[in-house]
Design a binder for this molecule. Structure first.
Ligand SMILES: [Ca+2]
Length: 483
């Protein structure tokens, strides 16, 4: 026997002895393999079940909803049991802001986590010569949070209104969404279109146009539910920017029938639209329950800008004015965040927060460490919500809409336009009724200086606002509506 074979023989003998010794106990049962009991396997399953992967995320965005048009925010005339239940399971924010009082720039701030003026997105993408729209949209160089979540392995889907560019290079499929079902423009009818429409006003599945037979709010809920069921076994992110309750004011019989006593047809239809939106929220929550993903899903409900006053049906009470204005009615919105076991059920958060905070908050929840070069303007809200950080998430918040500017700093809010300035104490005057600009000059100066410093960091608008801007009288001053 060569040395090589002798070494192999000794090695094998040793292994045999070791194996015999180690199986000493198993020999008694005469079984030479491991047979875990059912109980042991159940214990293992239960232990594994306690280890949670990254949470799923569902972001529901309403469009032009009145601040006070849900039960959770004080409505007595429109029942919204599903939205109210979400608030009971999570945190309700009293002072949540969006970054613009119109749809398109507000969505740019939400998606980028940065003041949209940093990349020139000051005005809506629509409303001017079609030749300009080629370059009107969310700058493709900006990293959106859906892109981050997609990059880290989330299944991502969007169901609803985009309004961040109608050209193919701005399409949601190129901005972080595996799936897209919805439309690209700023508004859409709720019923099937009767004739051939222009490309940017029909419903699409990914990049293919289709005729949607259902009431559009129901269709967006249906698609979201399908997406949740399909992706229940992996982390998923569903972005659901309903066009409800943006104009046109249209509702189906199913929802109209819920308001037999409302005589004003426009009000009745609006209430029905909110009711449909609430049903849609209910359908999404039910899908989470059915797929047993509810406990590991962070759900956010918010609105893209305040309810418009021109429709005469929204209520932003007790806030002043609405969409298109930088008074509270235009920029302060309902916001609810629910994450069972992580965020305290039924709690209320009263410090000012921003839609800019959604990006870093969702990424923190997903365990994503963002590179500091991203330079987000938002803040991760989780340590603020669980009490780890007592300070306010933001020292100041800013808005710019052409000549109209606003700042919120603690309890103080400044609004200025061409040639007029207002200063309000929101802690004592939520309705912005008393202009303290003359009485509190030092505070006014401080806010103006903060605004100047912020403005200096922003880029000029990348495209102009809509021509033929309307001017309205506010406290004797002309307020120009820049869209
Ligand atoms: Ca809107």
């Amino acid at each position: 026997m060569t040395f090589r074979y002798r070494a192999l023989f000794v090695g094998c003998s040793l292994l045999f002895v070791l194996r015999f010794v180690s199986l000493g106990q198993a020999q008694e049962g005469a079984k030479l393999y491991i047979t875990p009991s059912k109980k042991e396997m159940e214990a293992k399953g239960s232990l594994l079940g306690k280890i949670k992967g990254p949470p799923n995320v569902v972001l529901i965005l309403a469009d032009d909803l009145g601040y006070a048009d849900t039960g959770a925010y004080g409505s007595n005339s429109i029942p919204t049991p599903h939205i109210d239940a979400l608030a009971k399971r999570g945190v309700r924010f009293t002072d949540a802001y969006v970054t613009a009082s119109t749809c398109s720039p507000s969505r740019a701030g939400l998606m980028s986590g940065r003041y949209q003026q940093r990349f020139g997105f000051e005005f809506n993408t629509a409303g001017a010569a079609i030749t300009h729209r080629e370059s009107r949209g969310l700058d493709p160089a900006v990293i959106t949070f859906p892109e981050v979540l997609q990059h880290t392995g989330y299944a991502t889907g969007m169901f609803g209104k985009w309004h961040l560019g109608t050209r193919i290079h701005f399409h949601p499929n190129t901005r972080g969404f595996d799936e897209f079902f919805g439309f690209l423009a700023g508004a859409h009818g709720y019923f099937p279109v009767k004739k051939e429409e222009r490309v940017y006003s029909t419903v699409m599945r990914n990049k293919t146009h289709l005729k949607e037979p259902e009431y559009l709010t129901d269709a967006f809920a249906r698609e979201t539910v399908r997406f949740i069921h399909k992706n229940k076994d992996k982390p998923f992110f569903a972005h659901v920017p309903f066009n409800a309750v943006h104009t046109p004011i249209e509702a189906s019989k199913k929802y109209l029938n819920r308001f037999p006593d409302v005589k004003n047809p426009q009000q009745k239809t609006y209430n029905a639209m909110v009711s449909a939106l609430d049903d849609a929220v209910g359908a999404i929550i039910t899908a989470l329950k059915e797929t047993q993903t509810e406990k590991n899903t962070l759900v956010i409900f918010m609105n893209d800008n305040g309810g418009p006053i021109y429709t005469r049906v929204q209520s932003n009470a007790p806030l002043r004015l609405g969409k298109l204005f930088l008074f509270e009615g235009g920029i302060r919105v309902p916001m609810i965040m629910s994450w069972p076991g992580v965020l305290e059920a039924g709690s209320i958060y009263r410090r000012p927060v921003s839609s800019l905070d959604i990006y870093p908050t969702l990424c923190a929840a997903a365990g994503v460490v963002l590179p500091p070069e991203l330079k987000l303007d938002g803040v991760n809200l989780l340590p603020h919500l669980n009490g780890e950080i007592k300070a306010a998430p933001h020292e100041a918040l800013f808005w710019s809409n052409g000549p109209n500017k606003a700042v919120r700093l603690g309890q103080w809010k400044m609004v200025q336009t061409h040639d007029h300035v207002w200063l309000f104490d929101l802690e004592n005057d939520i309705g912005e009724t008393k202009n303290l600009a003359r009485a509190k000059l030092e505070i006014l100066k401080k806010l103006q200086s903060e605004l100047n410093q912020w403005q200096a960091q922003m880029k000029p608008p990348a495209w102009p606002s809509k021509p033929r801007r309307r001017k309205v009288n506010v406290d004797g001053a002309l307020y120009e509506l820049n869209i």
